[in-house]
Write a protein that binds this ligand. Sequence first.
Ligand SMILES: *Cc1c(COP(=O)(O)O)cnc(C)c1O
Length: 398
Amino acid sequence: MRAAELDAADPLAQFGAEFLPAEGVSAYLDGNSLGRPLRASAERVQELINGAWGTGLIRSWDEQWMAEPLRLGDELGRVVLGAGPGQTMIGDSTTVLLYKWLRAAVALDPRRSRIVLDTENFPTDRYLAAAVARETGAELVWLRPDPAAGVSPEQVADAVDGRTAVVLLSHVAYKSAWLADLPAITAIAHEAGALVLWDLCHSAGVVGVALDAADVDLAVGCSYKFLNGGPGAPAFGYVAARLQDRLEQPITGWMGHADPFAMGPDYRPATGMRRFVSGTPPILGMAPIADMIRLIERAGLPAIREKSIKLGEYVIAEVDARLAGLGVRVASPRDPERRGAHVTLAHPAFREIYRALWGEGVIPDFREPDGIRLGLSPLSTSFAEVEAALDAIERQLR
Ligand SMILES: *Cc1c(COP(=O)(O)O)cnc(C)c1O
């Protein structure tokens, strides 16, 4: 009843029809792991195969493809990241870009050899920092935040000093959805002379970021979550213009060369953002991202964030009203200002019941040890879907 009213009053409700329908799915609440495909993307990929690839063939590299990682990066920067042109590229995976950015950050100043990071960050971020530490002799400084919350500015202030090379954090924590205070933490790192590297995987496309305004140094993120780029879509990376010519990225492939087709004996980095590209751009993989950027621009990030908060508030109110009595806990921040776009619920029986949920077409995801994450994608998720998921969870628990 309440969900139907919320849907009727939702100014973004019409955008649901832009996505391909999924037969047999009554509630898709995992858009924070894999966003749904847009109808426009199905057409765009087909057109690309027939046109620029099928007919343009190798000529399309000269005509458009070579420029695509930086052109699309600029679009993403403008609409989603608050980044001026020439600072964003599309390519690689988040994992590979994290390695490139971390390695470059650690090499910048030989007097600074510490990486500050937290125990609750996504595994790939932690594993790579450990690998870069082994490779370079850098030292890891671990923050230990509350798992149901996240890293505070105070924790960062206590950990950074003249030995810190870089602070690596997620903007939105993948488990708890904690929304870190990006501007405050960036300023704290800078006061100590350190760089910041923000992982935007769970915020890009759903929580506004203003990388230039916050004076961020480095950022990376996925494009297959709230940017709906599709499975394994290439990642995006941001390097502030003021740093580009001072940073040396480690994967010095031909596509980052000042003159790739000279095919010369030695590597000479291109100027600007081009030097952070490594190999041949993933043209097919990039195509759907452009459609989602367009949709985000049409809807507007402030409206997207507003609906995201409403969806989260709806989940929490319903859990308090009918699931708390069954032992379900909210394992995400209750303050919407500190919460990203998913809500994690915890219950010891969730590991067993989430498979049953998938069986009936209700699709959240499960995170160890006992968390069900409800990923709320404001452009494709309706309140009715959320209600259907909560009904199913309640039924399963009973
Ligand atoms: C999803 C996610 C990743 C994934 O990286 P891939 O290289 O795309 O597998 C990395 N970091 C965070 C914080 C994530 O949420």
